[in-house]
Design a protein around this ligand. Structure first.
Ligand code: HEC
Length: 110
């Protein structure tokens, strides 16, 4: 009986993680894809215009630091004239969602 309960608990946990991963994917599709592309390559019209980097490139990934990524998502990125290159998502997403988005970006690395 104990074993069955334990198994049930494990399955629940796995289920919860799957839902969260889906949430992150949905967020990416909704808010990030138009610039960064479905695979993080930045190969979209907006992405090319804004010169977003190719996050499947290992060298690009190595140059990015997690705290800066979190900051960029939270506070956005501005150009020299102070115009938004990427808007701030600190009001849209909670800290743990932002961390999940950083992990999502990291997973684009080939
Ligand atoms: C309007 C276009 C646009 C949208 C939408 C957008 N970004 Fe960006 N993003 C940029 C630009 C431009 C940069 C700076 C160039 C680069 O690093 O590719 C950038 C940079 C980044 C970086 C790298 C920061 C660093 O440390 O160099 C991350 C991480 C990131 N974006 C995540 C996201 C996430 C997550 C979303 C969705 C919630 C998102 N972006 C939506 C345009 C956008």
């Amino acid at each position: 009986m104990k074993r069955i309960l334990l198994l049930g608990a494990c399955l629940l946990l796995v289920g919860a993680t799957v839902v969260r991963a889906d949430d992150t994917k949905d967020a990416w599709e909704k808010d990030c894809r138009k610039c960064h592309g479905a695979e993080g390559k930045g190969d979209t019209k907006m992405g090319k215009k804004l010169e977003v980097k190719d996050y499947s490139d290992a060298a690009v990934q190595a140059a990015m630091k997690d705290p800066e990524m979190i900051k960029a998502i939270k506070e956005g990125i501005k150009d020299k004239e102070g115009k938004d290159r990427m808007k701030a998502y600190g009001e849209t997403y909670k800290d743990d969602q932002i961390k999940a988005l950083v992990a999502y970006v990291r997973a684009f690395k080939k």
